[in-house]
Design a protein. Structure first.
Lengths: 245, 245
DNA sequence: ATACATTGTACTATAATATGGAATAACTAT
DNA sequence: ATAGTTATTCCATATTATAGTACAATGTAT
């Protein structure tokens, strides 16, 4: 493991918590000598991964990082986009594309509902597999031992009174998802938020990605969810095919 | 300048051209020894900046890069977003937020027109200052010598028959933009594409950002553009204020 | 107005690190 | 079966990043 690279990334990650930081501030945060930190920061700036603020006193994340970020999984996102737009138009709720990241899912693409009642998540944010519809949809495509592996490593947290917080409960849900062909999250992660999801399978049958439709539980009644899940299953097949799996 | 960092970024940039690459392929591209490249790649993978493809044979950009990318200029994008949505609803054309990057502008945020006739640009792409409305809007807020600096370094290219390809022509346009308070690009960059833009000023009066409305020249007639520019000027003031300039 | 912190930045010797050579192992293609 | 790829490991060496010290430029408190 290249030390300076690891340290450089530690520095970049400091900006998750705060948008602008100075040299000393960063050096304390990453527990490195001020001059080492300064050296790393200067290099990061020359490379465009950091930039100085207009007053020259602090640093923030640079455009090069943004540009590289837009290239990540570009083809999957491009292929999926029109289907998400179609789903958004059909159901007028928020639609998402996520990718598994170890024990979590990361939101890759998101089209907000045109309704005023919005959902707070943004692209780049991540949430646990076990308490999201997308997460359960992805896990359902894996082998039982892989799922157990995940759940063994998972730190369960009772987000709402509906959150499943034991391996057994989640495992039972996974079975249901496999049977149904789609997953639901009815207020398991956030009170009043309901979500329907399907996995996008690769040619091993496993899923790295999933798509979902989410909205306030008041609108996401059973028959509406049923319509959505039917469409999602079809769309998932289409996307899987298009991605070349 | 930390060598391994510089080299690591060279490797990441290889993925601008191709989404998936192997070790040897990359080592040739960056002109480094295969084992050095391997070492760098392995570290990048452990850090989540690269990931192995499912078949374990190639590498692609990793989720960590995506996550960091979403944090770049987050506050500006968050503040601007609702205004862009409002503009999109009002005029039903594509709206953009860009940031200056040396001689170019980078698209930070983009809401596609609901019309079927779409514009090909995506977030993260960059285009020259001199032949875009957003670029001219930004330059118009700078001092004359700063603009000359930019134009001296610029390599002009005749994208269309309307493209301005001399410093003098562009300078004259800049004067017009300053007088009008907004900038236009009428098929200067792409045949049939017209764009109206205003700069977002910081508290030095200079602009790092700009917003624009763009659409097919057939729809972007003079009186329509005039309506748009009036709104843009107002919106720009609002955003500048909200950003805290 | 003066002294005291605290900031960012420059320089340098040293030790630790990344480097690239050589060699091997795992695949592909012929 | 064989040759030519590929990815990967190991290791000695020299280069490189490191952290200590020092300083200058701010900002803050007295």
């Amino acid at each position: 493991m290249i030390q300076s690279l690891e340290r450089a990334l530690m520095i970049l990650k400091c900006f998750e918590a705060k948008e602008e930081l100075g040299v000393t501030e960063i050096s304390k945060e990453v527990a490195l000598h001020k001059s080492t930190t300064f050296n790393l920061i200067t290099s990061l700036e020359k490379l465009g991964l950091l930039e100085k603020t207009k007053d020259e006193k602090k640093y923030r994340l640079g455009l090069e990082l943004f540009r590289l970020g837009t290239l990540v999984n570009a083809s999957v996102r491009t292929v999926t986009r029109p289907y998400l737009e179609q789903l958004s138009e059909s159901y007028l709720e928020t639609v998402n594309l996520v990718k598994r990241n170890d024990l979590d899912v990361v939101y890759l693409e998101k089209l907000e509902s045109p309704h005023s009642m919005r959902i707070g998540t943004k692209e780049g944010q991540q949430f646990p597999l076990y308490c999201t519809a997308v997460g359960k949809a992805i896990m359902a495509t894996l082998d039982d031992d892989e799922v157990m592996d995940i759940l063994d490593k998972t730190l369960f947290k009772q987000y709402t009174k509906y959150t499943l917080i034991t391996k057994e409960e989640v495992m039972a849900q996974i079975q249901l998802v496999r049977h149904q062909g789609y997953a639901e999250d009815i207020q398991e992660f956030e009170e009043g938020l309901t979500c329907v999801a399907v996995a996008i399978r690769n040619h091993y049958g496993k899923a790295e990605y999933a798509i979902s439709v989410s909205g306030p539980s008041t609108r996401m009644k059973k028959d509406f969810r049923s319509k959505i899940s039917n469409t999602l299953v079809e769309v998932s097949k289409e996307i899987s095919r298009r991605i070349g799996y």
